[in-house]
Design a protein around this ligand. Structure first.
Ligand code: 6PG
Length: 483
């Protein structure tokens, strides 16, 4: 019997997806360019599933498939995807489907969709989130590209996707060409911001409140029972409770403080800059990873650059103040996370208009309620906000979230101020507060920037009391309309 789908790329995610498909009763043919990984998989995990069929090469994989052929690629983004596609296309017929399930850049997906359509082939670019665990037990799946292709593979992808709360299907078709990979990229931007915000709150409790990792683990565990409930809070509590096997010390203290990144967070900032959408908290998170990577320079700088009360540690809060500070930090984390998600959804909204995707933010929020790395309880409230008002251009304008964030601002401001006064970096949290204050203020100091630009570059400016553009000859003060 021929396989329903082929899968090329047996890395961690590819293997998990293949087994997940088999568990759900689907026949899947698999191939991997490096034989070692292929042999290990076929002799190991795949041996338990007769519906997983190994193919010795791409030609054999194609021949093993029922028509129309459906082939999923789970390989490193960039040229490797184009290379496998160019090898595949010679064996395919019009109507066959290629599904790129890797973290490809959305502009590559737009290009590939167009190139393959010229050959009568259908293309899907799907963002899959959830890591190794998600691939095996249920990821979040964001599909973009040919709707006909989606209908052809929907049954398989719906079977393997997460079901939030056992009911909410965390797989869906978002729109044409690069929309699925764009949504995944924004997911990763929010992921970076969320991880940085959690790390900053950990840093404050560690340095300000002199709490040890186990005590902080308990705080995150409690936070995970209420409005901050999320996958990242859950795993952070677990990580902080872990001891290092070889030293017995907290594992977090044995890990080098230099963050790495594969680049999807950076892509989301580039996309936001191109579209003119402010995403300062996502950008701050990417920058924080870059700063952390300057470990050697920071070690030198620590002996040169003075901070507040360099000679004595940050003042330790008395026990009574400690409880209040933990509550303030919780408020600051929640408000900052809402701002990070608001920035991500604003970016999705702008891209939807710019690329003609007609994205449904409520649908995307729903896809993210299960399986993915940024799954969080408040995504249900985000979905409700966009269901209340599909044209909502920013989450902060939703009545519920406007009220929630406003109720956090005292603790938020106090926490950001304490970080600044205490010499602790909180780039993501501070950027979120400035994003909130910038967005809510009717007048910003950009009028002075316009005057400066006109002074040195005669770039003109608009007035608040008249239409049109104006230029001032600043040495004489003589102003004139310029059309
Ligand atoms: C997911 C993750 C995943 C991510 C890796 C590496 O949704 O499952 O976002 O796709 O790419 O975890 O991420 P960084 O190396 O960029 O941190």
């Amino acid at each position: 019997m021929r396989s329903e789908i082929g899968l090329i790329g047996l890395g961690v995610m590819g293997q998990g997806l293949a087994v997940n498909m088999a568990i759900h009763g689907h026949r899947v043919s698999v191939f991997n360019p490096t034989p070692e990984l292929f042999d290990e998989f076929m002799r190991g995990r795949a041996a338990l599933y007769p519906s997983i069929e190994g193919a010795a090469d791409i030609r054999q994989l194609v021949d093993s498939l029922e028509c129309p052929r459906r082939i999923m690629l789970m390989i490193k983004s960039g040229p490797p995807v184009d290379s496998v596609i160019s090898e595949l296309v010679d064996f395919l017929s019009p109507g066959d489907i290629i599904i790129d399930a890797g973290n490809s850049h959305f502009k590559d997906t737009i290009r590939r969709t167009r190139e393959l359509a010229a050959r009568g082939l259908l293309y899907l670019g799907i963002g899959i989130s959830g890591g190794e665990e998600g691939a095996l037990h249920g990821p979040s799946i964001m599909a973009g590209g040919s709707e006909a292709a989606w209908r052809s593979v929907e049954n398989i992808l719906s079977d393997i996707a997460a079901k939030a709360g056992g009911t909410v299907q965390c797989s869906g078709y978002l729109g044409p060409d690069g929309s699925g990979h764009f949504a995944k990229m924004v997911h990763n931007g929010i992921e970076y911001a969320s991880m940085q915000l959690v790390a900053e709150t950990y840093h404050m409790m560690r340095c300000f409140l002199r709490m040890n990792p186990e005590e902080i683990s308990d705080v995150f565990r409690i936070w995970n029972t209420r409005r901050l409930q999320s996958y990242l809070i859950e795993i952070t509590s677990s990580i902080l409770a872990h001891s290092d096997g070889s030293t017995g010390k907290p594992i977090v203290d044995m890990i080098k403080d230099a963050a790495q990144q594969k680049g999807t967070g950076m892509w989301s900032v580039f996309a936001a800059l191109e579209l003119g959408v402010p995403v300062p908290t996502i950008a701050a998170a990417v920058e924080a990873r870059n700063m952390s990577a300057l470990k050697e320079q920071r070690e030198r700088a620590s002996g040169i650059l003075a901070g507040p009360g360099l000679s004595s540690p940050v003042s330790v809060a008395e026990a009574s103040r400690k409880g209040q500070m933990i509550e303030e930090i919780e408020d600051a984390l929640y408000a900052s996370l809402v701002c990070a998600y608001a920035q991500g959804f604003a970016l999705l909204c702008a891209a939807s208009i710019a690329y003609g995707w007609n994205l449904d933010s409520g649908q995307i929020a729903s896809l993210w309620t299960g399986g993915c790395i940024i799954r969080a309880a408040f995504l249900n409230q985000i979905r409700e906000a966009f269901d209340r008002n599909r044209g909502l251009c920013n989450l902060l304008l939703d009545e519920f979230f406007a009220g929630e964030v406003a109720s956090c601002q005292d603790g938020w401001r106090s926490t950001v101020a304490a970080a600044a006064n205490g010499g602790l970096p909180a780039p993501a949290m501070a950027s979120a507060l400035s994003y909130y204050d910038s967005y809510r203020l009717q007048v910003l100091p950009a009028n002075l920037i316009q005057a400066q630009r006109d002074y040195f570059g005669a770039h003109t400016y608009k007035r608040i009391d008249a239409d049109g553009a104006f230029h001032t000859h600043w040495p004489t003060g003589r102003e004139r309309p310029v059309g």
